[in-house]
Design a protein around this ligand. Sequence first.
Ligand SMILES: C[S@@+](CC[C@H](N)C(=O)[O-])C[C@H]1O[C@@H](n2cnc3c(N)ncnc32)[C@H](O)[C@@H]1O
Length: 232
Amino acid sequence: MEIFVERSFLDKNIQSISENLNFNISFKKPSNTSFLQYGLNGLSFVKDLNNSQQILHVDFSKGSLGWRIKRAQHEINIKKALGKSKDQMLIFDATAGLLSDTMIFLSLGHKVIALEQSKIIYSLVQDAIFRCTNYDELFKNLEFHNADSIDFYRQKKIKSDVIYLDPMYPDSKKNAKRSGAMEVIKSILEIENFSAEAENILDEFRLLNYQKIILKRPLKSKKIIVILIIKY
Ligand SMILES: C[S@@+](CC[C@H](N)C(=O)[O-])C[C@H]1O[C@@H](n2cnc3c(N)ncnc32)[C@H](O)[C@@H]1O
């Protein structure tokens, strides 16, 4: 894959992203393939230039996420899932994606270790963190890594209060028109040869030591029964 950079925006940041990803920088816009783009707003992934829904760009201060971060105390479902605790928790976000849920956890005052397996998604999010000046205090409570979360959790013997899982789910007829961002994430995972649906991630984590696992699922999905075993 190529990274299209307008010449005037060529800087050390994009040079280091290009080295990390092992993608070449090009000054000519690719016409019929997916590519990364770097310019005034930082890094974006472009699946289809002619469809803004197919361009993925992370910005924590804008749009619905920016609004949710500012009003994190109103996130009733997330707060309910975390449970009542006056103490700061350590949350292990094993499916970080675009970091939206992690940003809510951080805004609620918790510490987060977040893991994203995709190098492309990780670079988009890292670039958003790099450009974001509003949330320096929140980012002090964040560790963000590009790795497989199951391996990382096992190897580092993480002891978190919560493991948070938000895997992608297969499209049902009802949610086939999924959000543009999820659609683009799916195509990035295909490019990097990751399986988009990682539903078995719950079973994998349940074999490890944990205190509490939160699994995010579509609202009307079939109920599953989870027996919680406290292993610590
Ligand atoms: C539905 S998205 C998560 C969205 C995220 N909760 C957010 O708020 O933006 C699922 C993400 O989990 C990542 N993922 C799935 N399995 C993983 C694993 N074993 N290790 C690290 N990341 C994983 C995928 O690459 C994908 O980006």
